[in-house]
Design a protein around this ligand. Structure first.
Ligand code: ADP
Length: 306
């Protein structure tokens, strides 16, 4: 698992079909840790083909890092700002799945934690021009906060996923989040309330909304999600498909990726409709094993979703 910042630009390319499948979480390259110029030039040349989705990130200069970069390229995601460092290993996650499809994940952050606020300057151009920026907490909170500030100041929609959650989250995160999207356990940590059904999620969502977000979404696994916004301040439950879950690992990332897709490319849809469709895409992902490997391509989804 790798921390990430995702910036969406321009019109929908065929390659965006992979977007709901993004589970890599990529932050920003440290300006102090750069590839040799020749390597940078080489990569930049190859990256011209896709400017639609960018992962601003840092991975290790190791086989996992190489594989991630190759995988991103194969999915037509620009790696212009996905750098490799010798100073840490690529972030990794060890995932254990039980018979009900639920998981326990141990994360080794590795290269993700080398990032700092100075590093974001490298990617400032793409952040300020993005339609949507996703940000989460698998990099340092200070770096996440700076990225959100940059996006916010440029009028870019921010989708913040406070994962893994921290109890004393800086209040600025809420004000800088257009959409604040977390799961049940993250909502519990952030609010100190019990969150295990739609009614409880609604109460927690209102607490988070009052901290300054424009929209709060709490995902509830097989129960779908709950939404609340400054314009519609009554919590609403959006149920999802009844499916046989085989492996729910990465369902939240699938949901967040799908939601970013709709925010970027179908901004005129109602939030409720975006969430119905994101629920559907995430429900597809839980029906097969793996994280990225369980995410559907656009071509494999019903046309009614687009
Ligand atoms: P996380 O993966 O962060 O724990 P959730 O478990 O809440 O997040 O799942 C995110 C979304 O994935 C849910 O809102 C729902 O749309 C979908 N999902 C997860 N589990 C199931 C399931 N068992 N059946 C159908 N959809 C699911």
């Amino acid at each position: 698992d790798i921390s990430f910042l995702l910036a969406l630009e321009g019109k929908v390319p065929t390659s965006v079909s992979r977007l709901p499948g993004l589970e890599q979480r990529h932050p920003w390259c440290a300006s102090s840790i750069k590839l040799p110029t020749t390597a940078l030039q080489k990569t930049k040349k190859r990256r011209r083909s896709s400017d639609e989705i960018r992962l601003v990130a840092q991975v290790g200069k190791d086989s996992f890092g190489n594989d991630y970069i190759e995988n991103l390229r194969q999915n037509d995601i620009s790696t212009e700002f996905t750098y490799q460092t010798k100073d840490a290993a690529t972030g990794a996650a060890s995932i254990i799945v039980n018979n009900e499809g639920h998981n326990i994940i141990v994360i080794v952050a590795g290269a993700n934690l080398l990032l700092n606020t100075e590093d974001l300057k490298e990617a400032a151009r793409v952040i300020s021009r993005a339609k949507v920026m996703i940000c989460q907490l698998e990099i340092t909170p200070a770096t996440s906060l700076e990225a959100l500030t940059m996006a916010h100041n440029s009028g870019v929609k921010t989708l913040f996923n406070p994962a893994p959650a921290i109890a004393d989250l800086d209040p600025q995160f809420y004000a800088l989040s257009n959409v604040f999207c977390c799961n049940e356990s993250e909502a519990e940590i952030l609010t100190s309330l019990a969150v295990s059904n739609p009614a409880e999620a609604g109460k927690a969502a209102l607490v988070l909304l009052a901290r300054g977000c424009q929209v709060v979404i709490i995902t509830l696994g097989a129960e779908g999600c709950v939404m609340v916004s400054q314009t519609e301040p009554v919590p609403k439950h959006i149920p999802t498909e009844k499916v046989k879950a085989v492996d729910t690992t990465g369902a939240g990332d699938s949901f967040v990726g799908a939601l970013a897709f709709y925010l970027a490319y179908y901004p005129n849809l109602s939030l409720e409709e975006m969430l119905k469709r994101s629920n559907f895409i995430a429900a597809v992902s839980v029906q097969t094993t793996g994280t990225q490997s369980s995410y559907p391509y656009k071509k494999d989804l019903p046309l009614s979703l687009f």
